[in-house]
Ligand binder design. Structure first.
Ligand code: NAD
Length: 355
């Protein structure tokens, strides 16, 4: 690398245990007086608790966030935000709720606060994926980036162990692809390697004991760094495949990442030796792809796309979709290899390291 550029993301971050108690003063700092709190219906109680904490600075609650940010849901939330004359949105939840907050902020310029409760990392990115009529499109804009993110480790204890594991692997995927991104830089690589190491050590601890304080802290910290990686540099084959698979077969987002990652890494390993060495070092493994596969196995994550609902005849369709629209990847993409990769992920085979 002879030169590089690095652009810091301007979001203010508050991180730690019980940081939610700082929400009122943080809202005052931003002059927020009429916040609309957002959540999924599963996390409505959490959203109601946040509304109570901020008292008169909250004007309402919309608990309709769902996966893939459907435009219809955004429109329904916009009606509520306008009726209540909201001046900010506060999203409490995972990537689905964060997506709704981003979609509203993009259309209204309302201040955006995110309180993440999974490891998806969306809160750190200026990227929004939205779905309409079964088609998901992605866009990038500085308007999408939240003004404030409050990470409260206490809110992650309720994230079920299976979802914690898959969501943590989703975060690792952001950091892995950041290490071989075309526009990567030394600062992001530092964050990426630290994120992989923190998550790889913390996730087994969470599986064994979901209330493990130190493991929950490290996993959320790693997820924050991974989110910065995702928001700062371009992703490649792995994210493209997961986007295609999730959209075409309505597969669970985080698990799809966990299943595909070792295969995508094996595919890219001959073309990204430095990145693979850093991934392996962070995992304390001999090989990056095998290390990731073994970590996912240790976490008890389902191994195959078959097990999460993808039909076998979907392998051909996914290959065709993955070959559409050119995108950058460290190793060139050919149809036969991508078909083999998806077929191996469908079957749950160990990753095949090219010789
Ligand atoms: P999610 O937000 O859909 O959450 C999954 C389920 O877990 C939901 O029912 C949620 O309410 C519940 N949940 C979340 N946190 C919980 C907690 N602490 N305790 C109990 N239940 C909890 O899942 P996700 O994987 O975080 O997000 C996936 C979505 O985020 C996808 O649509 C994906 O495309 C998007 N995403 C976007 C970006 C981006 O940069 N734009 C990045 C990553 C993910």
């Amino acid at each position: 690398m002879e030169s590089f550029s690095y652009e810091a993301l301007p979001t203010r971050v508050v991180f730690g245990f019980d940081t939610l108690s700082q929400l009122p003063e943080q809202l005052a700092r931003l002059s927020v007086n009429r916040a609309l709190v957002l959540s999924t219906c599963q996390q409505q109680a959490e959203a109601a608790r946040i509304k109570d904490i901020i008292g008169p600075r909250a004007v309402g609650l919309f608990a309709g966030a769902v996966m893939h940010t459907p435009i219809e849901v955004t429109e329904a939330a916009l009606v509520v935000a306008r009726e209540l004359n909201a001046d900010a949105v506060i999203a409490v939840g995972g990537g689905s709720t964060t997506g709704l907050g981003k979609a509203i902020a993009l259309r209204t310029d309302l201040l955006q606060i995110v309180i993440p409760t999974t490891y998806a990392g969306s809160e750190m990115t200026p990227i929004l994926g939205e779905s309409s009529g079964g088609i998901k499109t992605t866009q990038k804009s500085p308007k999408i980036l939240p003004e404030l993110v409050i990470y409260d480790v206490n809110l992650t204890y309720t994230l079920p162990p299976e979802l914690s594991a898959a969501s943590g692997m989703n975060a690792i995927a952001h950091a892995v692809e950041a290490l071989y991104a075309r526009d990567t830089n030394p600062i992001i690589s530092l964050m990426a390697e630290d994120a992989i190491g923190k998550l790889a050590r913390a996730l087994p601890g969470i599986k064994d004991s979901p209330q493990n304080r130190a493991a929950r802290f490290d996993a959320l910290y790693g997820a924050w760094l991974s989110g910065v990686c995702l928001g700062s540099v371009g992703m490649a084959l792995h994210h493209k495949l997961c986007h295609v698979l999730g959209g075409a077969f309505d597969l669970p987002h985080a698990e799809t990442h966990a299943i595909v990652l070792p295969h995508a890494v094996a595919y890219n390993s001959p073309a990204a030796a430095d990145a693979m060495a850093r991934v392996a070092r962070a995992l304390n493994a001999d090989d990056a792809a095998i290390g990731l596969y073994e970590l996912a196995s240790r976490l008890g994550i389902r191994r195959s796309l078959n097990a999460v609902g993808m039909p076998e005849n979907g392998v051909d369709r996914a290959t065709d979709l993955a070959m559409q629209n050119q995108y950058w990847n460290p190793r060139s993409i050919d149809k036969e290899s991508i078909h083999d990769l998806i077929a191996a992920a469908w079957a749950g085979d160990p990753p095949r390291i090219p010789i």
